[in-house]
Design a protein around this ligand. Structure first.
Ligand code: PMP
Length: 356
């Protein structure tokens, strides 16, 4: 008799992680800068002191303290995970019971619905309106009239690149009765964090990652920031050795160098502004680019009915951007990478669409 997978996992769609070599990789919203070479000695020293035969510190104490110092928050409120992705999984597995209603917004990061489904929550995907902005009033109404147990969304949003003000997030957190998880993976590019408010709102969890502005996607480190009650529960339910010793050591060394990380953040924002304005100019010239959204992140979101054709043609030139139906999302690269991308994009647009 052959082993049969259960219905739940037979039906599941895998997350489409891009892992292929391309000369210009602008598809995954990573930092275009590796960590600064000036830190290499400090990192080497940290690695030398790792005891590879021992299990890692289950509380990841040093890196949690460094992270808390980086943002000026209390380390007691910080729990580390193997990427913020693992933290989404921990939250949805432990804080949600079977058939509990979880609200996600659409479009948004697909892993919320993925883990929700895996842990047998009832997922409601609330569609955003045409502007792709979050309608705070509507979300509050929905949560309070449908026995919702958790609301989770990214701010700023991946993929739309749009941000909700701190004031609006607070209005939301204050006015719903459920757990609110705000994924601030891209917040270093926007500056409207609510991380400092977890003491005030006991239903608030803020997710952070070292994968974006900090340039450490390969090390896999993310955090949940929450008040005492939730933080204690998170530490209890997570697997004991979820963050490996190398990651703890290297990230601790890197996080000591806030100035070097911030320099890269500033450059990435400059790159995104350039990308955005040049894409906007192209959209005036070529109707195939219908709309370029006002990004507050390290990527630009573009509406185009021929997005698939554009992404395929860029791939032929070894340039990878992320295609989502009638949109594509392009990560800010180095200025050189942006230039090559824009040149190739214009060639594609000019070849298939006569100028108007
Ligand atoms: N949240 C959002 C909104 C993301 O875009 C991503 C990565 N694409 C993640 C979380 C996952 O980040 P990490 O690398 O920390 O798992």
């Amino acid at each position: 008799m052959s082993y049969e997978l259960n219905k739940k996992i037979r039906k599941i769609e895998p997350y489409e992680a891009v892992y292929k070599y391309y000369d210009i990789k602008l598809d995954a919203n990573e930092s275009c800068f590796d960590i600064s070479r000036e830190m290499v000695d400090e990192i080497a020293e940290a690695v030398k002191n790792v005891s590879f035969n021992r299990y890692p510190d289950p509380t990841a104490a040093e890196v949690v303290i460094r992270f808390a110092q980086y943002y000026g928050i209390r380390p007691e409120y910080v729990t580390a995970a193997n990427g913020s992705d693992e933290m989404i999984s921990i939250l949805l597995s432990a804080f949600i019971e079977k058939d509990d209603m979880v609200v996600t917004l659409s479009p948004d990061f697909s892993m919320y619905a993925f883990y929700g489904y895996l842990y047998e929550a009832k997922i409601t995907n609330l569609p955003k309106d045409n502007s792709l902005q979050i309608n705070v009033g509507k979300v509050i109404d929905y949560c309070n009239t449908h026995d919702v147990k958790a609301l989770i969304f990214s701010n700023p949003c991946n993929p739309t690149s749009l941000g909700l003000s701190r004031e609006d997030v607070v209005r939301l957190v204050k006015n719903v009765f459920c757990l609110v998880v705000i994924d601030e993976a891209y917040m270093d590019f926007y500056g409207e964090s609510v991380m400092d408010l977890v003491d005030e709102y006991d239903n608030l969890v803020v997710l952070k990652t070292c994968s974006k502005a900090m340039g450490m996607a390969g090390l896999r480190l993310g955090f949940a920031v929450a008040g005492e009650n939730i933080s204690t529960a998170l530490r209890t339910v997570k697997s004991p050795y979820n963050v490996n010793s190398l990651t703890q050591a290297v990230c601790s060394a890197v996080l000591k160098n806030k100035a070097l990380i911030s320099e890269h953040t500033v450059e990435i924002i400059e790159s995104r502004k350039l990308l955005q304005s040049r894409l906007h100019a192209l959209s005036k010239k070529y109707s195939a680019l219908e709309k370029v959204y006002d990004s507050v992140t390290n990527f630009v979101f573009v509406k185009s009915s021929v997005s698939e054709m554009i992404c395929d043609k860029l791939l032929e030139k070894s340039i990878s951007v992320y295609c989502l139906g009638s949109y594509f999302r392009v990560t800010a690269g180095t200025l050189e990478e942006d230039e090559i991308f824009l040149t190739e994009l214009e060639k594609i647009l000019a070849a298939d669409y006569t100028e108007e």
